[in-house]
Design a protein around this ligand. Sequence first.
Ligand code: GTP
Ligand code: MG
Length: 202
Amino acid sequence: LNYQTARFMTSAPTLGQCPADQGREVAFAGRSNAGKSSAINTLSRQKALARTSRTPGRTQLINFFSLAGDEACRLVDLPGYGYAKVPEAVKREWQRHLADYLQRRGSLQGVVLLMDVRHPLSEFDEMMLGWADEQDMPVHILLTKADKLKPGAAKSALAKVRSQLREWEDLVSIQLFSSLKRQGLETLEARLDAWLLDTAEA
Ligand code: GTP
Ligand code: MG
Protein backbone atom coordinates (compact mmCIF):
# COMPACT_ATOMS: atom_id res chain seq x y z
CA LEU A 1 0.00 0.00 0.00
CA ASN A 2 1.11 3.54 -0.66
CA TYR A 3 0.74 5.27 2.71
CA GLN A 4 1.35 8.66 1.13
CA THR A 5 -2.22 8.42 -0.11
CA ALA A 6 -3.56 8.74 3.44
CA ARG A 7 -6.29 11.38 3.63
CA PHE A 8 -8.31 12.63 6.57
CA MET A 9 -11.77 11.11 6.44
CA THR A 10 -13.66 12.04 9.58
CA SER A 11 -13.46 12.54 13.34
CA ALA A 12 -15.80 10.68 15.64
CA PRO A 13 -16.44 11.94 19.18
CA THR A 14 -17.58 8.48 20.26
CA LEU A 15 -17.23 5.01 18.86
CA GLY A 16 -20.95 5.01 18.11
CA GLN A 17 -20.27 7.69 15.50
CA CYS A 18 -17.52 5.84 13.64
CA PRO A 19 -17.80 5.29 9.88
CA ALA A 20 -19.61 2.14 8.78
CA ASP A 21 -17.95 -1.01 10.03
CA GLN A 22 -16.96 -2.26 6.58
CA GLY A 23 -13.68 -3.02 4.89
CA ARG A 24 -10.46 -3.02 6.93
CA GLU A 25 -8.87 -0.77 9.46
CA VAL A 26 -5.86 -0.67 11.76
CA ALA A 27 -5.94 1.43 14.94
CA PHE A 28 -3.02 3.26 16.56
CA ALA A 29 -3.32 3.10 20.35
CA GLY A 30 -1.12 3.98 23.28
CA ARG A 31 -0.55 6.40 26.10
CA SER A 32 -0.86 10.11 25.55
CA ASN A 33 2.30 11.51 24.04
CA ALA A 34 3.60 8.09 22.92
CA GLY A 35 3.80 9.36 19.34
CA LYS A 36 0.68 7.92 17.63
CA SER A 37 -0.14 10.98 15.56
CA SER A 38 3.54 11.47 14.70
CA ALA A 39 3.79 7.87 13.48
CA ILE A 40 0.77 8.37 11.21
CA ASN A 41 2.37 11.51 9.80
CA THR A 42 5.68 9.70 9.26
CA LEU A 43 3.91 6.85 7.49
CA SER A 44 1.94 9.20 5.27
CA ARG A 45 4.96 11.47 4.58
CA GLN A 46 2.72 14.38 5.56
CA LYS A 47 3.74 16.84 8.25
CA ALA A 48 0.33 17.69 9.64
CA LEU A 49 -2.13 15.02 8.58
CA ALA A 50 -2.67 14.01 12.20
CA ARG A 51 -2.29 16.76 14.81
CA THR A 52 0.69 16.27 17.08
CA SER A 53 1.50 18.14 20.23
CA ARG A 54 3.93 18.40 23.09
CA THR A 55 0.85 18.60 25.32
CA PRO A 56 -0.37 15.10 26.11
CA GLY A 57 -3.99 14.44 25.30
CA ARG A 58 -3.97 16.50 22.13
CA THR A 59 -5.97 13.95 20.13
CA GLN A 60 -9.39 13.80 21.79
CA LEU A 61 -11.43 12.53 18.88
CA ILE A 62 -11.12 9.27 17.03
CA ASN A 63 -9.67 10.29 13.68
CA PHE A 64 -10.10 8.16 10.58
CA PHE A 65 -7.83 8.29 7.54
CA SER A 66 -8.54 6.57 4.25
CA LEU A 67 -5.81 5.00 2.13
CA ALA A 68 -5.53 4.88 -1.67
CA GLY A 69 -8.77 6.84 -2.06
CA ASP A 70 -10.66 3.92 -0.61
CA GLU A 71 -12.76 4.54 2.48
CA ALA A 72 -12.88 0.77 3.04
CA CYS A 73 -9.15 0.88 3.89
CA ARG A 74 -8.43 2.97 6.97
CA LEU A 75 -5.94 4.02 9.63
CA VAL A 76 -7.42 5.13 12.95
CA ASP A 77 -5.73 7.54 15.36
CA LEU A 78 -7.15 6.85 18.82
CA PRO A 79 -7.02 9.35 21.67
CA GLY A 80 -4.18 8.61 24.05
CA TYR A 81 -5.04 6.86 27.25
CA GLY A 82 -3.84 7.72 30.68
CA TYR A 83 -3.77 11.46 30.22
CA ALA A 84 -3.22 12.64 33.79
CA LYS A 85 -5.39 15.75 33.69
CA VAL A 86 -8.49 13.89 32.54
CA PRO A 87 -10.90 13.19 35.45
CA GLU A 88 -10.98 9.60 36.63
CA ALA A 89 -14.62 9.12 35.53
CA VAL A 90 -13.82 10.28 31.99
CA LYS A 91 -10.84 7.92 31.91
CA ARG A 92 -12.98 4.98 32.92
CA GLU A 93 -15.59 5.92 30.33
CA TRP A 94 -12.92 6.02 27.65
CA GLN A 95 -11.51 2.67 28.77
CA ARG A 96 -14.94 1.15 28.38
CA HIS A 97 -15.29 2.62 24.87
CA LEU A 98 -11.87 1.33 23.93
CA ALA A 99 -12.68 -2.18 25.15
CA ASP A 100 -15.98 -2.05 23.24
CA TYR A 101 -14.24 -0.93 20.08
CA LEU A 102 -11.77 -3.83 20.27
CA GLN A 103 -14.61 -6.25 20.90
CA ARG A 104 -17.13 -5.07 18.37
CA ARG A 105 -15.34 -3.46 15.48
CA GLY A 106 -15.44 -6.18 12.84
CA SER A 107 -13.30 -4.26 10.35
CA LEU A 108 -10.47 -3.91 12.87
CA GLN A 109 -7.60 -6.12 11.67
CA GLY A 110 -4.99 -5.26 14.24
CA VAL A 111 -3.77 -2.69 16.72
CA VAL A 112 -0.50 -0.80 16.55
CA LEU A 113 0.32 -0.21 20.22
CA LEU A 114 2.84 2.57 20.75
CA MET A 115 5.00 2.82 23.85
CA ASP A 116 7.79 5.23 24.59
CA VAL A 117 10.91 3.03 24.46
CA ARG A 118 11.98 4.58 27.77
CA HIS A 119 8.73 3.66 29.58
CA PRO A 120 7.27 0.51 28.02
CA LEU A 121 4.46 -1.67 29.39
CA SER A 122 2.52 0.74 31.55
CA GLU A 123 -0.45 -0.52 33.46
CA PHE A 124 -2.64 0.67 30.64
CA ASP A 125 -0.51 -1.04 27.99
CA GLU A 126 -0.98 -4.29 29.92
CA MET A 127 -4.73 -3.68 29.95
CA MET A 128 -4.77 -3.17 26.17
CA LEU A 129 -2.80 -6.37 25.69
CA GLY A 130 -5.27 -8.20 27.91
CA TRP A 131 -8.25 -6.99 25.90
CA ALA A 132 -6.54 -7.79 22.60
CA ASP A 133 -5.74 -11.26 23.91
CA GLU A 134 -9.40 -11.84 24.82
CA GLN A 135 -10.41 -10.98 21.24
CA ASP A 136 -7.49 -12.77 19.56
CA MET A 137 -6.69 -9.37 18.11
CA PRO A 138 -3.12 -9.13 16.81
CA VAL A 139 -0.98 -6.32 18.23
CA HIS A 140 2.12 -4.76 16.73
CA ILE A 141 4.12 -2.85 19.33
CA LEU A 142 6.17 0.17 18.33
CA LEU A 143 8.79 1.15 20.89
CA THR A 144 8.78 4.79 19.89
CA LYS A 145 11.25 7.66 20.21
CA ALA A 146 14.08 5.14 19.78
CA ASP A 147 16.22 8.14 18.81
CA LYS A 148 16.17 9.17 22.48
CA LEU A 149 18.37 6.18 23.42
CA LYS A 150 21.76 5.07 22.18
CA PRO A 151 21.42 2.17 19.72
CA GLY A 152 22.69 -0.37 22.26
CA ALA A 153 20.27 0.77 24.95
CA ALA A 154 17.38 0.73 22.47
CA LYS A 155 18.26 -2.83 21.47
CA SER A 156 18.33 -4.02 25.04
CA ALA A 157 15.00 -2.30 25.75
CA LEU A 158 13.57 -4.21 22.77
CA ALA A 159 14.98 -7.51 24.01
CA LYS A 160 13.60 -6.90 27.48
CA VAL A 161 10.06 -6.13 26.29
CA ARG A 162 10.22 -9.16 23.97
CA SER A 163 11.08 -11.45 26.83
CA GLN A 164 8.37 -9.93 29.05
CA LEU A 165 5.78 -10.63 26.35
CA ARG A 166 6.97 -14.10 25.47
CA GLU A 167 3.66 -15.65 26.58
CA TRP A 168 1.92 -13.53 23.94
CA GLU A 169 4.30 -14.10 21.06
CA ASP A 170 1.62 -15.64 18.82
CA LEU A 171 -0.38 -12.45 18.89
CA VAL A 172 2.25 -9.79 19.44
CA SER A 173 5.13 -8.49 17.33
CA ILE A 174 7.52 -5.76 18.46
CA GLN A 175 9.94 -3.33 16.84
CA LEU A 176 11.87 -0.15 17.51
CA PHE A 177 10.54 2.98 15.86
CA SER A 178 11.45 6.64 15.53
CA SER A 179 9.37 9.18 13.69
CA LEU A 180 12.19 11.66 14.02
CA LYS A 181 14.72 9.37 12.28
CA ARG A 182 12.17 7.48 10.21
CA GLN A 183 13.56 4.34 11.82
CA GLY A 184 11.55 1.13 11.43
CA LEU A 185 9.23 2.52 8.80
CA GLU A 186 9.61 -0.42 6.41
CA THR A 187 8.90 -2.99 9.09
CA LEU A 188 5.78 -1.08 10.13
CA GLU A 189 4.60 -0.82 6.52
CA ALA A 190 5.04 -4.55 5.99
CA ARG A 191 2.93 -5.28 9.07
CA LEU A 192 0.18 -2.86 7.96
CA ASP A 193 0.24 -4.31 4.43
CA ALA A 194 -0.29 -7.78 5.86
CA TRP A 195 -3.32 -6.57 7.84
CA LEU A 196 -4.87 -4.25 5.27
CA LEU A 197 -4.18 -6.08 2.03
CA ASP A 198 -5.66 -9.46 2.73
CA THR A 199 -6.59 -11.01 -0.59
CA ALA A 200 -9.97 -12.11 0.71
CA GLU A 201 -12.30 -9.10 0.74
CA ALA A 202 -13.60 -8.33 4.20
P1 GTP B 1 -1.90 12.11 22.10
O1 GTP B 1 -2.60 12.54 20.86
O2 GTP B 1 -1.85 13.14 23.16
O3 GTP B 1 -2.40 10.82 22.62
O4 GTP B 1 -0.33 11.91 21.74
P2 GTP B 1 0.32 11.11 20.52
O5 GTP B 1 0.57 9.71 20.94
O6 GTP B 1 -0.47 11.30 19.26
O7 GTP B 1 1.74 11.81 20.42
P3 GTP B 1 2.27 12.84 19.32
O8 GTP B 1 2.47 12.17 18.01
O9 GTP B 1 1.45 14.08 19.35
O10 GTP B 1 3.75 13.14 19.88
C1 GTP B 1 3.96 13.63 21.19
C2 GTP B 1 5.31 14.34 21.28
O11 GTP B 1 6.37 13.40 21.05
C3 GTP B 1 5.51 15.44 20.23
O12 GTP B 1 6.21 16.51 20.83
C4 GTP B 1 6.35 14.76 19.17
O13 GTP B 1 7.13 15.65 18.42
C5 GTP B 1 7.21 13.81 20.00
N1 GTP B 1 7.63 12.63 19.21
C6 GTP B 1 6.82 11.79 18.53
N2 GTP B 1 7.54 10.81 17.92
C7 GTP B 1 8.84 11.05 18.22
C8 GTP B 1 10.07 10.39 17.88
O14 GTP B 1 10.14 9.38 17.17
N3 GTP B 1 11.21 10.93 18.41
C9 GTP B 1 11.19 12.03 19.20
N4 GTP B 1 12.37 12.46 19.68
N5 GTP B 1 10.06 12.68 19.53
C10 GTP B 1 8.90 12.20 19.05
MG1 MG C 1 -2.30 12.15 18.93
